[in-house]
Design a protein around this ligand. Structure first.
Ligand SMILES: Nc1nc2c(c(=O)[nH]1)N[C@H]1C(S)=C(S)[C@@H](COP(=O)(O)O)O[C@H]1N2
Ligand SMILES: [Mo]
Length: 315
């Protein structure tokens, strides 16, 4: 169920008091040194979690009113195989990822293929905060206040042609920065894809932050996809390439285990993973399991995209 909510995370709920005091002290210090009125707008004052704050233009669109998962869990319990296969590895090891300079190539079936610098994207697209559920295929879920812009806005900038029926995404491939890539756990680089109508759906988000601040590396900095009605693995991290293509592109988990992970990967409690049920999920931070909802609760928005498709065959 989606409910509009103007300001979904009161600062008091999410701010660790010690960090909050530290920030206040820092602001007083900055005001003292520079004079209160002289603190320039671009002065990067860190947010309550110590990372650079993002200027959010729109809040609450498409947002759930469920309580966000704690910042500690969102940033400490991750799947990012480029930094190891254990949930704690990315937070420990992703510090080696350099997120500046960073460019994203958007190419293929479009009139204006080009390379975007991450800072240009941040200036160009007004940022929104959207609180989405994320449902991993491993049957756990979180609620995450993302900051980002619609993928549709980025695709529109390159003017896709009628040949553009799918969109293929690639993560950075650099074993020097990503220690997990020194082993062939997966066929690197990590690849994902969407059909074009899924990609331009307003729920499909390019996230550049969470909890109002710049994305931590373990969450896919400096930019990652978020497709809230699909299993988490579709939401590819640390993207360097986006290609508009005529055919369904190969995707990492489908290549690794085609019987277990399909191209569509829409959250579906009626289609079990071959080795476990998808009926219920553990919301990180809760004890009792919750029922899993079709399309992760976003059926009203996206079910029409799959009208007439057999979602058992196209899992
Ligand atoms: N490049 C890349 N993207 C990835 C993954 C990965 O291993 N590598 N894991 C996926 C999986 S399985 C999930 S559940 C989500 C987890 O996102 P989070 O750690 O930000 O919650 O990222 C997805 N994106
Ligand atoms: Mo996942």
């Amino acid at each position: 169920m989606l409910i509009r909510r103007p300001d979904p995370i009161p600062a008091s709920e999410i701010t660790d008091p010690a960090l909050f005091r530290r920030r206040r002290a820092f602001l007083r210090y900055a005001a003292g040194v520079l004079g209160a009125a002289a603190v320039p707008a671009a002065f990067a004052v860190p947010g309550p979690h110590g990372r650079e704050r993002l200027e959010v233009a729109v809040r609450g669109r498409f947002s759930t009113d469920e309580a966000p998962t704690s910042y500690a869990s969102v940033t400490g319990y991750n799947n990012f195989y480029e930094f190891g296969v254990n949930k704690r590895d990315p937070a420990r090891l992703a510090g080696s990822l350099r997120t500046r300079p960073w460019t994203v190539v958007v190419e293929g079936a479009c009139e204006r293929p080009r390379t975007f610098d991450i800072d240009e994207l941040l200036r160009r697209f007004p940022l929104e905060e959207r609180v989405y559920r994320l449902r991993c295929v491993e049957a756990w879920s979180m609620v995450i206040p993302w900051v980002g812009f619609p993928l549709a806005a980025l695709l529109k900038a390159v003017q896709p042609t009628s040949e553009a029926r799918y969109v293929a995404f690639e993560t950075l491939h650099d074993p020097e920065q990503m220690p997990g890539q020194r082993r062939r756990i997966l066929d690197w680089p990590y690849r994902e894809g969407l059909r074009i109508d899924e990609a331009v759906h307003p729920l499909a988000l390019i996230a550049v932050g969470l909890y109002g601040e710049v994305l931590p590396n373990q969450n896919g900095a400096p930019l990652r996809l978020v497709v809230p009605w699909k299993y988490g693995f579709k939401s590819i991290k640390s993207i360097v390439r986006i290609r508009l293509v005529p055919e369904q592109p190969p995707t990492t988990w489908h290549m690794a285990a085609p019987d277990e992970y399909g191209f569509y990967a829409n959250v579906n409690p009626d289609v079990p993973h071959p080795r476990w049920s998808q009926r219920r999920e553990r919301r990180i931070g809760e004890l009792r399991k919750r029922p899993t909802l079709p399309f992760n609760g976003y059926a009203e928005e996206v079910a029409h995209l799959y009208a007439g498709m057999d979602l058992r065959r196209f899992y």
